[in-house]
Design a protein around this ligand. Structure first.
Ligand code: XIL
Length: 400
């Protein structure tokens, strides 16, 4: 991290020289942090080089039933913070089937294009979410009476079209989302693909995605897989099976929708590490930490401290595993969080209040990132850029 410190120091010196040379005219409006300082004060700025700190991009899904316009396209202060604080973005809903493929013969790429364009303009990477899932599928798909042959072709065509459209511009794709239940059984009932086409469709989804974009890192993603447990064991077995078949699977990610009602998943690091040892990339993809709100609706100091601790420990676990270089929070402000809508009586799950002021959890993330950067926690040279092949030690391209 020494080079970064030197750069910081010389920038600071340059800024000082400029402000000495041209005092009053360039002074920022009262109340604003001094220019330059604001930039250095953000998560992406302090993070170790090559480590991607991300947020979900609010839009679609639960937002549509809320009394505000589409956050991503309408809320300018929101967009500004999204650009300033994060080096990775994930569409919260905008690439899910119901949005991007609303009718059998019609795709709607407007929202997804806008996010990918925003990311490019702000030098951010994108996590694509998601291709094979049991939820948020359009009615035409769930209720269409398709034969197995037709369904297989529908999935293949969808993956080739969507992944192909953004080829080279998506760092990581959640190819398969939530395919196991909490006992570690494949979802053979509510997942239309697995139910109608059998478990082998998961491998096919990865093969098609890899064909459509050979440089995207392809992930299995789920919730309640932070610790070592029946569900993460099922992924551990599946991954080995897929790798043995030469299926292009490159990553395993834990969503990390946590709650201070429960203990912190203490085996998170150990769990990520065992996937890392298989040669897979790992990631935290949807972190939030919810809590039961007191009657006042205001979290207590203790709750906020515990929440900050959960954010910090999740980040530390990822930073401690060399192939974990993507860490995404599921929205950065309570203003748009999905938590109060989905978990009654709970909330305050993100790192900023409704007015974008920062909570202890924000400061916990920033100081942990800064500390990792100071300790020289450079990521091990698999910093993704278009054209780089995905890392995967035991991965052999099935087509060779
Ligand atoms: C949630 C969104 O945040 C909501 O806006 C939407 O109404 C429902 O889905 N696991 C996932 C995410 O993989 O896609 C979910 O996102 C949260 C749980």
């Amino acid at each position: 991290m020494k080079p970064i410190r030197l750069v910081t120091a010389s920038l600071a010196a340059a800024a000082l020289a400029v402000s000495l040379a041209a005092p009053a005219a360039a002074a920022p409006p009262a109340g604003d942090p001094p220019r330059g300082h604001a930039k250095h004060d953000t998560l992406r700025w302090v993070a170790p080089k090559g480590f991607h700190i991300g947020s979900a991009v609010a839009g679609g899904g639960h937002h549509e039933s809320q009394p505000y316009p589409d956050p991503f396209t309408s809320d300018r202060p929101y967009r500004k913070i999204l650009a300033k604080e994060f080096s990775s973005v994930s569409p919260e809903n905008q690439m899910k089937w119901e949005y991007i493929h609303p009718e059998r013969d019609r795709y709607d790429f407007a929202m997804a294009d806008a996010i990918v364009g925003f990311a490019k303009a702000n030098r951010q990477v994108v996590r694509g979410h998601t291709l094979l899932w049991h939820s948020q599928n359009p009615t035409w798909l769930e209720e269409g009476d398709f034969s197995a042959t037709e369904l297989r072709e529908i999935l293949r065509e969808h993956i080739m079209t969507v992944v192909g459209r953004y080829a080279g511009r998506i760092q990581q794709w959640d190819v398969a989302n939530e395919i196991f239940d909490d006992d570690g059984n494949l979802r053979t009932q509510d997942n239309i693909w697995i139910r109608e086409l059998g478990p082998g469709i998961v491998a096919d989804a990865f093969r098609w995605a890899h064909q459509a974009d050979p440089v995207a890192e392809l992930f299995l993603n789920d919730y309640n897989v932070e610790g070592v447990n029946a569900k993460s064991d099922a992924y551990y077995a599946l991954v080995q099976d897929l790798l043995a078949q030469g299926v292009p699977v490159h990553g395993f990610s834990a969503q990390a929708h946590l709650s201070i009602r429960y203990g912190f998943p203490g085996s998170l690091e150990e769990n990520l590490r065992r996937f890392d040892r298989l040669g897979l990339a790992t990631a935290i993809t949807e972190l939030d930490v919810r809590m039961d709100l007191p009657e006042s609706g205001e979290p207590t100091e203790e709750q906020l401290a515990q929440q900050a601790d959960y954010y910090r420990r999740t980040l530390e676990a990822c930073l401690n595993v060399s192939g974990c270089d993507s860490f995404t929070i599921w929205g950065f402000t309570d203003k748009y969080s999905w938590v109060p809508v989905f978990f009654s009586g709970q909330g305050a799950a993100t790192v900023m209040w409704d007015d974008f002021t920062r909570k202890p959890a924000y400061r916990a993330l920033r100081s942990t990132l800064a500390e990792a950067a100071r300790c020289g926690a450079q990521r091990p040279g698999r910093g993704w850029a278009p054209g780089h092949a995905p890392r995967s030690a035991s991965f052999t391209d099935g087509r060779r």
